[in-house]
Design a protein around this ligand. Structure first.
Ligand SMILES: Nc1ncnc2c1ncn2[C@@H]1O[C@H](COP(=O)(O)OP(=O)(O)O)[C@@H](O)[C@H]1O
Ligand SMILES: [Mg+2]
Length: 389
């Protein structure tokens, strides 16, 4: 799939901008701060309704403007679609699909993107939150309906946690907590099941990508680490791990039992101690965990392997031959200068066959001419291409 046309109004630094993209590679070149990342961030926003740089939408709206609009024309499995989303600070987004009003959530998953950016180093080195987001975005790309479960889970978790805080003082009626436990377990079971499936499907692709990126680097393995098997109060006795093929209902039941077991601690501390929000993606290089052990270069290779692995999984899951045309748009934001020859070679193989790749670079020479494709200059809020499409 690919984006053929992007129109931004009051998005980030752009008042109005209109840019067309051809198939294959487009490289956006321009000095720092000229608005290259802003363009690819808009494409990425359409795929997940979130940015790869900031958690809230406010900075996406041009400073001083009332709203931002991202519009795009997309070519998917030979069909032309038009998508539009309007961001208004403090209010829900509105959306249009093929000129009709749509729920913003209905846009999720139409455009698929895989973004590799310098921030991705924190996937390997940072806290579990970033890795949970990584898994959740992969799950939603594979199964867009999960976005609803995830939003519901966050809401139920917040409500349950505030109930736990009051329960400590109220001492007594905990029947309401039972109801929230049921809701949390139902949604949590579905999310954990989806993440376990996604991670299992991803693992071989990450292993292959890592071997491409770091040929002398040993094996890279990713697995799902869950608070339903381990953690809080579980370190001192053995618990049979969940079966690999446990259903969402089985996992939900297990979460429910875990919540009952943890309840006194939870009331004492006022937080929910088990569930998908306490889980992690475990990344290992050989026998050692990547986090805390891997060198800077190894961490960088791991991060790249996670992204390339996702790209390959999404491409395979809904291959170009199927109606769904799952191949994502590959976005490489400001990473080329950091890549050595080996890593560039690992990318090059994918760049030549990909339907669409968007690269940003401060210096054109950082991207080998053979890979740069269609070169577009970004300067002073204007986007100009070297060759007409
Ligand atoms: N909401 C906003 N309103 C106006 N300008 C913004 C907004 N957000 C970011 N900018 C400006 O956009 C520029 C950064 O653009 P970016 O695409 O990140 O640059 P680069 O070309 O280095 O990738 C900065 O000059 C910043 O001030
Ligand atoms: Mg940038």
């Amino acid at each position: 799939m690919r984006v053929t046309h992007l129109q931004l109004t009051d998005f980030r630094s752009y008042e109005v901008v209109d840019v067309q993209f051809g198939p294959g590679v487009t490289t956006l070149v321009g000095r720092n701060g000229q608005g290259k990342t802003n363009v690819v961030e808009a494409v990425r926003y359409l795929s997940t309704l979130s940015s790869h740089r900031v958690a809230s939408d406010a900075p996406l709206i041009r400073f001083g403007a009332q709203r931002a609009v991202i519009g795009a024309k997309v070519n998917k499995a030979g069909r032309a679609l038009s998508l539009e989303v309007t961001l208004v600070p403090g209010k829900a987004n509105t959306a249009r699909l093929n000129r009709g009003n749509a729920k913003p959530r209905d846009l999720i998953g139409i455009v698929r993107t895989v973004v590799f950016a310098p921030e991705d180093l924190s996937l390997v080195k940072g806290d579990p939150g970033g890795r949970r987001t990584f898994m959740d975005e992969l799950c939603v790309a594979l199964q867009p309906a999960l976005a609803g479960d995830m939003a519901d889970y966050d809401r139920v978790l917040r409500q349950r946690s505030s109930m736990l805080k009051t329960a400590k003082n109220a001492r007594g009626d905990l029947t309401m907590l039972d109801i929230w436990d049921e809701k949390l377990a139902g949604l949590g079971g579905r999310i954990v099941a989806a993440r376990r499936r996604a991670v299992r499907a991803l693992a071989p692709y990450v292993a292959t990508a890592y071997a491409d990126v770091a040929p002398d680097g040993g094996d890279c393995a990713v697995t799902y680490a869950t608070s339903l098997d381990h953690g809080e109060g579980r370190d001192d006795y053995y618990v049979e791990p969940m079966a690999p093929d446990a259903s969402a209902a089985d996992i939900g039941q297990r979460l429910l039992e875990r919540l009952i077991e943890l309840r006194p601690k939870e009331i004492d501390r006022g937080v929910t101690l088990a569930g998908p929000h306490r889980d992690d993606l475990e990344i290992r290089l050989g026998a050692m965990p990547a986090r805390g052990y891997a060198s800077h270069g190894e961490s960088w290779s791991c991060a790249l392997a996670l992204r390339l692995g996702s790209y390959d999984l999404l491409t395979a899951e809904d291959g170009p031959d199927s109606d769904d045309d799952g191949e994502p748009i590959l976005i490489l934001d400001d990473v080329f200068a950091e890549l050595d020859l080996g890593r560039r070679a690992a990318l090059a193989a994918r760049l030549v066959t990909a339907s669409q790749v968007l690269i940003t670079a401060a210096v054109a020479d950082d991207v080998p001419t053979a890979l740069a494709g269609d070169v577009v200059t970004v300067a002073g809020g204007k986007i100009e291409r070297e060759n007409e499409l």
